[in-house]
Ligand binder design. Structure first.
Ligand code: PEP
Ligand code: MN
Length: 339
């Protein structure tokens, strides 16, 4: 059930409604928007009547939530979620945020040069995997904690934020000091134990769409994190598996406006994994922003031909720079901007 309070509802009004919801057996999640407080009751109390809530003091409206995802649904935060990061970076606001860097952290020199190049191009986040989910156990598996330390060091040196992938619960604690945002990869979108645990941390999370996940499944996975109380969550379309083999995946551009309609969570686009071919990344990145993405996660490597993973889809530094310049021109057309 959603209870939307009036703009001028007092704290006393709000507390009375919460008390009644708890009494009925609801787990109450509270969010305060620009003016209005919204209370989402999660759970399935046997007997309750929304009409009872409609007439309580300070209540604007009360209604049942028909979708299976309660907290991810747009009506929990009609104005949209804005995730605030250090350095004043906001995701979900007017600005399109660029996250870029190599697929994997490979060495100090490689990640430092990457950081300088993505910062120069206009990115706000440095990406790079320290723990890598590889299709083959014989492929490079990442540098681990050493990689995390390098990410933090070079990001601080270049004024960037750090986003990197978490693969299992045991890594969470050790990652906290080094990162600004957890990335949950496509292969882990339905690792429900991991998602539940990320609901308890107080650090933003980017949740990627699974390789064969429906939009509803993405939103239900998001619900695992939100129901733990971590509302600093964004989603990421990174392509799904279809019968098409020309591209690595099929970038589902239409999922972006669908998600923007269904959920208040920011939506990012990852054209690199979406297409898997370097020269196709820029046009698909432009399409993602035109379709309403709040930002982009893209692979760039100082020397893609020598990359230890995903070289074929990694942009050359000058390609990233040119793309961001094009995105700057495109953004105003859809009412956005790039700093
Ligand atoms: C990555 O970002 O390098 C990655 C492994 O992505 P995905 O989980 O989308 O395959
Ligand atoms: Mn990759």
């Amino acid at each position: 059930m959603i209870v939307a309070m009036k703009d001028d509802a007092t704290e006393e009004h709000i507390q009375l409604v919460i008390e009644r919801m708890v009494e009925l057996g609801f787990n109450v999640h509270r969010t305060t928007g620009a003016a209005q407080t919204i209370l989402a009751g999660v759970g399935t109390p046997e007997h309750f009547d929304v009409a009872e809530f409609k007439v309580l003091g300070g209540v604007h409206d009360a209604y049942r939530i028909s979708s299976p995802y309660k907290l991810a649904g747009r009506n929990f935060r009609p104005e949209g979620t804005k995730i605030k990061f250090p350095n004043g970076v906001v995701i979900g606001g007017n600005e399109i945020v660029i996250m870029s860097g190599p697929c994997s952290v490979e060495s100090r020199e490689q990640i430092l040069l990457s950081a300088k190049q993505v910062a120069a191009a206009g990115a706000k986040f440095l990406r790079g995997g320290a723990y890598k989910p590889r299709s083959s156990p014989y492929s490079f598996q990442g540098m681990g904690v050493e990689g995390l330390k390098l990410l933090r060091e070079v990001a601080d040196e270049t004024g960037l934020l750090v986003i990197t992938e978490v693969m299992e619960i045991s890594q969470i604690e050790g990652m906290l000091p080094y990162i600004d945002c957890f990335q949950v990869g496509a292969r882990n979108m339905q690792n429900f134990n991991l998602l539940r645990e990320l609901g308890h941390v107080r650090k933003p999370v980017l949740l990627k769409r699974g390789i064969a996940a429906t939009i509803e499944e993405v939103l239900l996975s998001a619900e695992y994190i939100l129901s733990g109380g971590n509302y600093d969550l964004m989603l990421c379309e990174r392509g799904i598996r279809t019968f098409e083999t020309y591209t690595r995946n099929t970038m589902d551009i239409s999922a972006i406006p669908v998600l923007k309609k269904l959920t208040h969570l920011p939506v990012m686009g990852d054209p690199s994994h979406g297409v898997g071919i370097r020269d196709l990344v820029p046009p698909v990145a432009l399409a993602a922003v035109a379709a309403g993405a709040d930002g982009l996660l893209m692979e760039m490597h100082p020397n893609p031909d020598k990359a230890m993973s995903d070289g074929a889809q990694s942009l050359y530094p000058e390609q990233l720079e040119k793309l961001v310049a094009q995105l700057r021109q495109l953004a105003p057309v859809v009412g956005r901007k790039i700093a």
